[in-house]
Design a protein around this ligand. Structure first.
Ligand SMILES: [Fe+2]
Length: 561
């Protein structure tokens, strides 16, 4: 039978049937052997690479024998037709390789006119052509051939090992690059985890960073409403989901909610990844989303929101690298949201305690009822006008509520005395700033509030009490509360007088600017006047009718001291 691959078929054979890199390696081997090498795939019995010349006559047999050579994993002669040798050796010693090289070699020089019928039959050429071929061949001893083939196998194994190392190095360096990006992003993120940062503020920064490292067209963060947000007095909480985005985000807030709903997610601990296999299906409702990666912001049992990457930049697929990055970021954001929530709950608790304390005061001195709450709210409005941040506003709010808490320790006979106070009584009632300070000084969370309580009766010109501090030496919070306190006292009705008309109060405030009060705070008051009047109108409505001036139950007049 002729060769399995005839001369006409040879052109159809493509070198690219060979594993990557083998063509180059074969070129090296062929130079070493000084002969062409065929390559046989023993699994399929295919001649992947034929020898151009001579054609060879027993390829069926040789291919079958190559299977054994691969199994033995060592060089062997398929034919020994003196002086012709057909050598075969495996191109690797691993079990997964089934490639065997085959070549024709001359074991000695031929003599002039020698009978070459046997070799010619093996080579598949005429005797004359066999003689011509033999003259062009280098002469090998069988032993040298086997040794060289052994070396070749060894060389191939080394090549393989190098290739393997190179691949490993490449994948390691890609992995390192990803890990580096991930770590650097997480590092930046953790450095920005401050309780003073709102989740929205942090979220915006993080989305920008994520877009830089993630191969996504857009990233989005949906933050869910905060539980019982409406009870948060110092600033309104979130009552609706908020969607923050960076890059091109294919859905709006409502669309994002629909997406989460469509995916029927409870609170998945693993990231959800959707690629073309899913989004190509006709039942996928959002064709604008081709690839998606979605992770939950979870802390404990609370779900705070969702973090998503949309559409791979070159329409590739999202994989474990992206999933791991998004999960890590979501975990940190979840912890941050959890901390914020805890902090909010603590603040609520503190505010509750503070309200309980002020109620205790109100119960003793009913005329001042609601005064603390109004002073607190007016102070916050003034603080906003002066550009103070949310934390400072929170402090000012608490200070407003607690500014007169020390009156709990003032004698009833003095606190409720309808007549003019004696100098001793006046001095006693002035102690309320120190008493208030003392009552609260062990509450760590009120550290910032204490100086405001202590100094809310200081005056800009240094004529106040308890320490006669002047101007800027009085804490700003105390200067703010002083104005709010004075305005509420002047505008409140008293049993012996109605609240002062607004024009008169304005005159007094203007005259006192730079003497009694900080001129900047007075300016802020006039800028925010409408809002402040609205606070007063709203808060006064909450006062029980029995406590209102003119009610029969009122026995003692209030003071603003
Ligand atoms: Fe006071």
């Amino acid at each position: 039978m002729g060769p399995m691959v005839g001369i006409r078929d040879r052109k159809a054979l493509r070198e690219d049937l060979l594993p990557a890199g083998l063509t180059e390696v074969l070129a090296v081997l062929e130079r070493a052997f000084g002969a062409e090498l065929a390559v046989v795939e023993t699994e399929t019995g295919q001649l992947l690479r034929p020898i151009r010349y001579p054609p060879g006559a027993r390829w069926d047999l040789w291919i079958a024998l190559c299977g054994q050579v691969a199994q033995h994993a060592r060089p062997e002669f398929l034919e020994d037709e003196d002086p012709l040798l057909v050598l075969a050796f495996p191109l690797c010693r691993t079990e997964t390789t089934h490639l065997v090289a085959v070549g024709f070699f001359l074991a000695r020089s031929i003599k002039e006119g020698e009978n070459l019928a046997g070799p010619a039959a093996v080579l598949g050429v005429t005797e004359q052509d066999a003689a011509a071929w033999a003259k062009r061949q280098p002469v090998w001893s069988a032993e040298s051939l086997l040794r060289l083939a052994d070396l070749a196998i060894h060389y191939l194994e080394e090549q393989d090992r190098c290739r393997h190392f190179a691949q490993e190095a490449e994948s390691l360096s890609a992995h390192l690059a990803n890990t580096y990006e991930e770590i650097s992003l997480l590092h930046r993120l953790t450095r920005n985890l401050k309780i003073s940062r709102s989740d929205e503020e942090l979220g915006r920064v993080v989305l920008d960073w994520l877009l830089e490292v993630l191969l996504a067209e857009g990233v989005a963060l949906q933050l869910l409403p905060v539980a019982d947000a409406e009870s948060h007095r110092a600033g309104p909480g979130r009552t609706q989901p908020v969607l923050l985005t960076a890059g091109h985000c294919p859905v709006d807030n409502a669309g994002f909610s629909r997406l989460v709903q469509h995916l029927c997610l409870g609170v998945p601990l693993q990231p959800v990844m959707l690629n073309r296999a899913v989004t190509c299906r006709p039942d996928w409702p959002m064709p604008e989303i081709r690839q998606l990666i979605l992770v939950a912001l979870v802390e404990g049992e609370n779900l705070f929101g969702w973090l998503a990457g949309f559409n791979h930049v070159d329409d590739g697929e999202f994989g474990t690298v992206e999933a791991s990055l998004l999960s890590s970021v979501a975990a940190i954001l979840g912890i941050h949201s959890g901390n914020l929530e805890l902090y909010r709950q603590q603040s609520e608790l503190l505010a509750g305690i503070v309200r309980a304390l002020t109620s205790a005061l109100d119960a003793r001195d009913k005329y001042t009822c609601g005064h603390s709450e109004r002073v607190a709210q007016i102070s916050v409005r003034l603080a906003q006008q002066l550009g103070l941040d949310a934390r400072q506003q929170q402090t000012i709010y608490l200070a407003g509520l607690l500014h007169d808490i020390g009156k709990i320790g003032v004698e009833d006979s003095v606190l409720r005395k309808p007549d003019k106070l004696t100098p001793e009584e006046y001095e006693h009632i002035q102690q309320h700033v120190r008493i208030g300070h003392r009552i609260l000084q062990d509450l760590k969370k009120l550290d910032n509030v204490l100086p405001i309580i202590l100094y809310h009766h200081e005056a800009w010109d240094g004529s106040g009490y308890p320490d006669r501090l002047p101007a800027e030496q009085i804490p700003l919070g105390a200067r703010i509360v002083a104005v709010a306190d004075a305005f509420d006292a002047m505008s409140s009705d008293r049993p012996y007088r109605k609240g002062m008309p607004m024009e008169k109060i304005e005159t007094i405030l203007r005259a006192g600017a730079g003497r009694q009060w900080d001129p900047r705070v007075i300016d802020a008051f006039f800028q925010a006047k409408e809002d402040i009047l609205e606070i007063v109108r709203r808060e006064r409505q909450e006062i029980p009718a029995a406590w209102l001036p003119g009610s029969a139950s009122l026995a003692t007049p209030p003071r603003s001291l």
